[in-house]
Ligand binder design. Structure first.
Ligand code: 13P
Length: 252
């Protein structure tokens, strides 16, 4: 059985005070057995969050890392080695905001994926189609390409220790969620693609859905057989709302 994972992508939100308040809210949540929980603050707040929730079963991850795995003369970058040194456990790669706003292509994303794994961080590879691509009937083709390019560069074996998040771009921050059936269709295609290369990896990898997930729609998404959790943006900034999503995952 795949263990559900609910991860909160805090994006570029938070001050020290608001992050402390959010963490206090997380500390009050009941632990839901059988569910992994992660939060991904801005890099500046990672150590602060880790030291506050050290004793609790919440993993802390980063939203990005450099293509350069080690230290070096790369002004403004943060390496996977440094994230691992700060006790970070996972890192997002290929989020659509990075693809669209920072021109990250599949090669850059593969390098980041590789850098993360080199230092024991679990990469969470994000894939997703734009509204235009969906309306043109290209959703599965776009996702297969985004995934296929990483498989080609790194080999299927790289997915033995990785998570994939399907985040339709049109559903991110818009309040529009993919229906459970739409999300399931893409998740099943992702799993099939991985399984055709390696059956064990295909059946064991966790596939998260992301895009306007909230307490009100989480349960129906988690009912789908190939949805193993969620990557939550806006709703993860509210501890009670995030807690309700975690509880919904616990009923999976
Ligand atoms: P929202 O939940 O705010 O739509 O964001 C989703 C997302 O991009 C998580 O990575």
């Amino acid at each position: 059985m795949r263990r559900p994972l609910v991860a909160g992508n805090w994006k570029m939100h938070g001050t020290r005070a608001s992050v402390d308040e959010l963490v206090q809210g997380l500390l009050k949540l009941e632990v839901v057995p059988g569910v992994d929980v992660a939060v991904l603050p801005v890099a500046l707040h990672i150590e602060r969050v880790i030291s506050a929730i050290e004793s609790v079963q919440v993993l802390v991850g980063a939203q990005n890392c450099s293509v350069e795995a080690q230290q070096g003369a790369f002004t403004g970058e943060i390496s996977a080695a440094q994230l691992a040194d700060s006790q970070c456990r996972m890192v997002l790669v290929g989020h659509s905001e990075r693809r669209q706003l920072f021109q990250e292509d599949d090669h850059v994303i593969s390098r980041k994926f590789y850098a993360a794994q080199s230092y024991g961080l679990t990469p969470v590879l994000c894939v997703g189609e734009t509204l235009e691509q969906r309306e043109a009937g290209k959703t599965l083709e776009v996702i297969a390409d985004q995934l296929g390019n990483v498989i080609r560069e790194l080999g299927i074996g790289a997915f033995a220790q990785a998570v994939i998040a399907y985040e339709p771009v049109w559903a991110i921050g818009t309040g529009l969620t993919a229906t459970p059936e739409q999300a399931q269709a893409v998740h099943a295609a992702i799993r099939d693609q991985l399984s055709s290369e390696d059956g064990q990896i295909g059946s064991s990898i966790r596939l998260l859905y992301g895009g306007s997930v909230k307490a009100a729609n989480a349960a129906e998404l988690f009912e789908m057989p190939d949805i193993d959790g969620a990557l939550v943006g806006g709703a993860s900034l509210n501890a009670d709302e995030f807690g309700a999503i975690i509880r919904a995952a616990g009923r999976k």
